[in-house]
Design a protein around this ligand. Structure first.
Ligand code: NAD
Ligand code: LMR
Length: 341
């Protein structure tokens, strides 16, 4: 009997699992929390297109059965399951390698990201409490605003639960990089595909600091005024979309793209692909602030290395000093909220 059981087990391991693309691609479960929302839906689709994902869990408080049924018909590797309501959160999270969180309310014209704090802080806190219980080793990609506070909230929740690993918590600032690349390419008149621009600091207004002095390819046709305008446009990119949508929310499609790119980088790092470097808001010691966005090298355990700022122009040095008080107070606000209840 034992030999039958073991040969069955062996043959089961040899059988291709449904949707399994290749022997060398590991199984990876990704959850999207807030999957029925403006970001969640296109992000779910983009993650379904990612061949590194074997299992895609779509969770929301409402609407996920429809989104999951729809996305599941796309003929790519991953199996898609929809989960709705808090009692299904455990199933959505169990076994996750990466959890992406775009759950929460978006801005309307006239609001700052910090105006979302009162609602989103509680949502993030409760989702992170569940992550600590059901998938404490997952990489967490925090999209919900205000990122400058929601990431510190998540860290505190994980610390309290005894599961905090600073290498596994990421504020998603990729949209700032996506914008900086697009705007720079337009101004410098270079093909956008080859452009790279680090964006450091945080994810709100002046805390978003694009480092155009480090942009590649180098553009010699940009004046100081051009750099100031590019910096301002990158910092106000979110507001530009909020105003254009005129009360119907904030960036969703470009954010889904940016979120999918960042999750893909995390998955590549987990799978051992070398030299995966992206910008993210992480626990950091490159400035005196406990969290800071900068380039990070991603690896099998999440953050492998937080890279330094590199040489800054005088304009960027000024920007760095100006952003610190606001970023510091947003971080402290998140920490205080997480510890007060
Ligand atoms: P949305 O209102 O369209 O979608 C949010 C979704 O979250 C909804 O489907 C809602 O049901 C769900 N939700 C609410 N509470 C939940 C909970 N407890 N558990 C699970 N799901 C829950 O909003 P959106 O446009 O998708 O934006 C979502 C968040 O992302 C906002 O906070 C927004 O500010 C932020 N955002 C961040 C960036 C960034 O660069 N980091 C960019 C754009 C938007
Ligand atoms: C963005 O940068 O687009 C997001 O943070 C959403 C917002 O409120 O601007």
């Amino acid at each position: 009997l034992r030999s039958i059981q073991s040969s069955l087990r062996r043959s089961k391991n040899l059988l291709p699992r449904r949707g399994y693309s290749s022997d060398s691609t590991p199984e990876r479960k990704v959850a999207v929390l807030g999957a029925a929302g403006g970001i969640g839906q296109p992000l779910a689709l983009l993650m379904k297109l990612n061949p590194l994902v074997s299992n895609l869990a779509l969770y929301d408080i409402a609407g996920t059965p429809g989104v999951a049924a729809d996305v599941s018909h796309v003929n790519t590797r991953s199996e898609v399951t929809g989960y709705m309501g808090e009692d299904q959160l455990v199933k959505a999270l169990e076994g996750c390698d990466v959890v992406i969180i775009p759950a929460g309310v978006p801005r309307k014209p006239g609001m700052t990201r910090d105006d979302l704090f009162n609602i989103n802080a509680g949502i993030v806190k409760s989702l992170c409490t569940a992550i600590a219980k059901y998938c404490p080793h997952a990489l967490v990609n925090m999209i919900s605003n205000p990122v400058n506070s929601t990431v510190p909230i998540a860290a505190e929740v994980f610390k309290k639960a005894g599961t905090y690993d600073e290498n596994k918590l990421f504020g998603v600032t990729m949209l700032d990089v996506v914008r900086a690349k697009t705007f720079y390419a337009g101004k410098a008149n270079v093909p956008v595909e080859g452009v790279n621009v680090p964006v450091v600091g945080g994810h709100a207004g002046i805390t978003i600091l694009p480092l155009f002095s480090q942009a590649t390819p180098k553009a010699n046709n940009l004046s100081d005024e051009d750099i100031t305008a590019l910096t301002k446009r990158t910092q106000d990119g979110g507001t530009e979309v909020v105003e254009a949508k005129a009360g119907k929310g904030s960036a969703t499609l470009s954010m889904a793209y940016a979120g999918a790119m960042f999750a893909d980088a995390c998955l590549k790092g987990l799978n051992g692909v070398p030299d995966v470097v992206e910008c993210s808001f992480v626990q950091s010691s490159i400035t005196e602030l406990p969290f800071f966005a900068s380039k990070v090298r991603l690896g099998k355990n999440g953050v492998e290395e937080v890279l330094g700022l590199g040489p800054l122009s005088d304009y960027e040095k000024q920007g760095l000093e100006s952003l610190k008080p606001e970023l510091k107070s947003s971080i402290e606000k998140g920490i205080m909220f997480a510890n007060q209840s």
